[in-house]
Design a protein around this ligand. Structure first.
Ligand SMILES: Nc1ncnc2c1ncn2[C@@H]1O[C@H](COP(=O)(O)OP(=O)(O)OP(=O)(O)O)[C@@H](O)[C@H]1O
Length: 275
């Protein structure tokens, strides 16, 4: 294993390892608030990136955040996981104020949150199967090989990669790599999934497949998701609710269909190419 990858493994273990903290049981149905953001502000120097962000996400929902480049979508995500501290406002995840959490509490929170970044974040020196085994053995500390095999087979089946288990990431297409990255994130069954531009760089057909997969994963794993995208087709397929972000604020929200009839000029501009 390469040095860089080893360093990443170690960072990941430190950030995530806490086998005793099992996932919170969903016993309050869809109305439970999982993420609550109120009047969030964040500036970098003189640049006000987040000016007044307000968002409530309920358990099991897929919320899509649509916004042009550089609007602060990624900054919002980094605030949610405590990688950035907001200047003002409150941000609660599972009813806990993220900026008040200590290091250990942040680690406990992050084990419940899965990220799917644009790159897919696979380890290039490992096969797909080894990539999937890694979080099970190193993060969840599972030792029973039969249990590991069962979990790997299940998640491979979910993302349609059963026949590619022994391939190297370099031998996969862009769409397959994205599927494998998703499998690697889902295998520890996070309660919240954060997707940062999940379809960027993929052709329209593969993008559609990934969007449908995101929807299927929501149904199968009952995960709460925030999906950041510019891809209107992805938004249409995956969203229970769409939030439009512009100039540091969420300016309008609703179902994909309801927003198509918005009178707001900025909202309209997102939908202008949709027939
Ligand atoms: N750590 C940081 N320090 C300084 N400026 C930052 C930092 N993180 C983000 N920014 C700035 O904040 C703005 C918003 O960035 P962000 O990455 O959240 O945009 P985005 O909406 O996700 O855009 P994109 O769709 O292009 O990824 C950008 O101008 C960026 O340069």
């Amino acid at each position: 294993m390469e040095e860089k990858e080893e360093a990443r493994h170690q960072a990941e273990e430190t950030a995530l390892a806490n086998p005793e903290k099992e996932q919170r049981k969903n016993d309050r149905g869809k109305t439970e608030v999982v993420i609550e953001i109120k009047h969030l502000k964040k500036s970098f120097g003189s640049k006000d990136v987040l000016k007044d962000i307000n968002l409530t996400v309920h358990r099991g929902e897929n919320v899509v955040v649509l916004g042009r480049s550089g609007q602060g979508k990624s900054v919002t995500i980094q605030c949610i996981v405590g990688m950035l501290t907001p200047d003002e406002g409150t941000l609660k995840v599972f009813n806990e104020d993220v900026s008040a959490l200590n290091e250990q509490e942040l680690k406990d929170l992050r084990i419940k949150i899965g990220f799917l970044f644009q790159s897919g974040a696979l380890y290039d020196s490992m096969t797909v199967r080894e990539n999937l085994e890694f979080p099970l053995t190193r993060v969840l500390k599972i030792k029973d090989q039969a249990d590991i095999d069962k979990r790997v087979e299940e998640v491979l089946d979910s993302v349609g990669l059963t026949d590619s288990a022994d391939k190297m990431p370099a031998d996969l297409s862009g769409g397959m790599r994205k599927r494998a990255g998703l499998a690697r994130t889902l295998i520890i069954k996070p309660e919240i999934m954060l997707y940062d531009e999940p379809t960027t760089g993929l052709d329209p057909i593969t993008s559609r497949e990934i969007s449908e997969l995101i929807l299927n994963m929501q149904k199968k794993y009952k995960t709460t998701s925030i999906i950041i995208t510019h891809d209107m087709e992805c938004a249409r397929i995956t969203a229970d609710r769409v939030v439009i972000m512009n100039d540091g604020e969420y300016i309008e929200e609703g179902t994909f269909d309801s927003l198509q009839n918005s009178k707001n000029k900025t909202v309209k501009s997102f939908f202008k190419d949709i027939s």
